[in-house]
Design a protein around this ligand. Structure first.
Ligand code: ADQ
Length: 463
């Protein structure tokens, strides 16, 4: 088996399974192959350290058999690459929010320069038969930069966020450059069939690509394989986290406090893609239209701080604070507040307990690559008395989780009705929906995801 080289914006210690995410997904293969994980160190150095601006220092660390290689970034590079282009242009447009994109700020050059820097630092660490797996929108041009330096290894890319259809994608002035860069990979993975279809449509209509069968497309003098690989969670790990002391304690505390009440739960990063204002409006509509929920239903909304130096995120924070205050002011009683809004990260160890205590989960993004909270909620339920998942049809997860109550989060009244249905769903229906959902997230868990992806990468023709 080839050595796995994983590349992502942030790097984690794969021995720390409780970190969740990519550490769990890639840890197994990285360990088995004595792999290398490369990315930004998370450190911003105020002045470039002895070199040309942006020339970051490389740090090598060992985590068991895995090598972690990370690079520092200068303030200027970090701000333009990470905040400016990745999160100021690619994130909003890929989430269909063209209105929030800042195309004029000129961050593209630095986005490219940082990818070149990563390529320069990574290339000397590579071996000829390595298999390289690059993750997410921060690093789209990395393979092209590595190829320009003569790297002929198999290189795959996985996009964790959605890919919008051509009329939206082409609003990015450099869309052709970005898509050409994608053709430097051997395999491109998307979260959903919808994203894959958008890629195929773009490739055909904008790049004149011919579909060649077996998931392959040829354009820009290269052939690339493109497929959907919906990312999953480590179900067993989340279930065992749920048996831990902190999860149990959280569950018991919630059950004691909300014994007479119905608990609804939202857990997200504070991000405009997650549909948080619309969710609060739908909850408000529930209280207005179905008064039996007053003094009874409580929404705990946890919104972890994220990218706070980007304006749109600071605006969202103010909006949510205002809305939750207004709804609590209108409907609150001396002994009941409808919304508990928490602007902090919850410990991952407590999360399963919180999920298990909630009768209903509201996972209602306006657009989401996948959304793992939906899957974690299912994994945390008691199969004998499971809660109900209300899920946006615009989350990648909706392609798999058909037995959830699927909603259009822009339709406030429709979402309120679905929440009401969830709160009153008979036990037998809850059980049968949950059983199918659990089978689904078990069949396509995170280990399935990395296995399938790496198998396809190993099989893909090069170039
Ligand atoms: P995110 O946008 O960060 O990820 P998501 O998949 O919902 O979104 O969450 C990732 C992880 O963060 C989950 O394990 C979740 O439990 C945790 N998390 C989220 N909010 C939290 C909070 N308030 N407190 C504690 N933990 C929290 C991107 C894409 C998603 C895609 C993932 C993985 O935007 O669509 O599912 O990558 O590919």
């Amino acid at each position: 088996m080839s050595r796995l080289v994983a590349v992502s914006n942030r790097v984690a210690d794969p021995r720390n399974a409780a970190a969740g995410g990519l550490a769990v997904a890639l840890g197994e293969t990285l360990n088995a192959t004595g792999g290398l994980w490369f990315g930004w160190s998370g450190r911003v150095v105020e002045t470039a350290q002895g070199g040309t601006p942006g020339e970051g220092e490389l740090h090598l660390q060992h985590a068991g058999d895995v090598t972690l290689a990370t690079v520092d970034l200068s303030r200027e590079d970090h701000d333009a690459y990470y905040l400016g282009y990745s999160n100021g242009v690619l994130w909003p447009v890929f989430h269909y929010r063209v209105d929030l994109a800042d195309f004029d700020a000129g961050h593209l050059n630095v986005y490219r320069r940082v990818n070149q820097l990563f390529a320069r630092k990574l290339a000397p660490l590579l071996r000829p038969d390595d298999m390289i797996w690059i993750h997410d929108y921060h690093l789209i041009p990395l393979a092209a930069e590595l190829r320009a330096m003569g790297c002929g290894q198999r290189i795959g890319f996985f996009l964790h966020i959605p890919l919008p259809p051509p009329p939206i994608l082409t609003t990015i002035p450099q869309h052709e450059w970005l898509m050409r860069a994608l053709f430097a990979y051997d395999l491109i993975g998307f979260q959903s069939q919808a994203d894959l279809e958008h890629f195929a449509r773009y490739a055909q209509s904008e790049a004149g690509a011919e579909p060649m069968g077996d998931h392959r497309y040829r354009a820009f003098h290269r052939t690339v394989r493109a497929q959907a690989f919906p990312i999953g969670i480590d179900v067993d790990e989340f279930v065992s986290l749920g048996k831990g002391h902190e999860a149990q304690e959280t569950y018991e505390m919630m059950m004691a406090q909300y014994a007479r009440r119905r608990l609804l739960l939202g857990v997200d990063r504070m991000d405009y893609s997650k549909g948080l204002p619309e969710r609060l409006k739908a909850f408000q509509a529930l209280l207005a239209q179905y008064p039996e929920n007053r003094s009874s239903a409580t929404l705990i909304q946890i919104a972890a701080p994220s990218r706070e130096s980007v304006d749109a995120y600071a605006d969202l924070r103010r909006q949510l604070e205002g809305m939750s205050g207004a709804i609590n002011g209108e409907y609150g009683e001396l002994d009941w507040m409808p919304i508990r809004y928490i602007h902090r990260t919850t410990s991952r160890r407590r999360l399963p307990g919180l999920c298990r205590a909630a009768r209903v989960a509201l996972v209602t993004p306006l657009r989401d690559g996948m959304n793992l909270v939906a899957k974690e909620y299912i994994a945390a339920q008691d199969p004998d008395d499971p809660g109900v998942l209300v899920l946006s049809r615009f989350a990648g997860a909706a392609e798999q989780l058909k037995e959830a109550l699927l909603v259009n989060p822009y339709d406030i009244q429709g979402t309120a009705q679905a929440i009401q249905q969830a709160l009153h769903m008979p036990l037998a229906e809850r059980q049968s929906r949950h059983q199918k959902l659990l089978e689904n997230i078990r069949a396509q868990d995170v280990h399935w995801w990395s296995r399938e992806y790496l198998r396809s990468l190993a099989e893909s023709d090069q170039g």
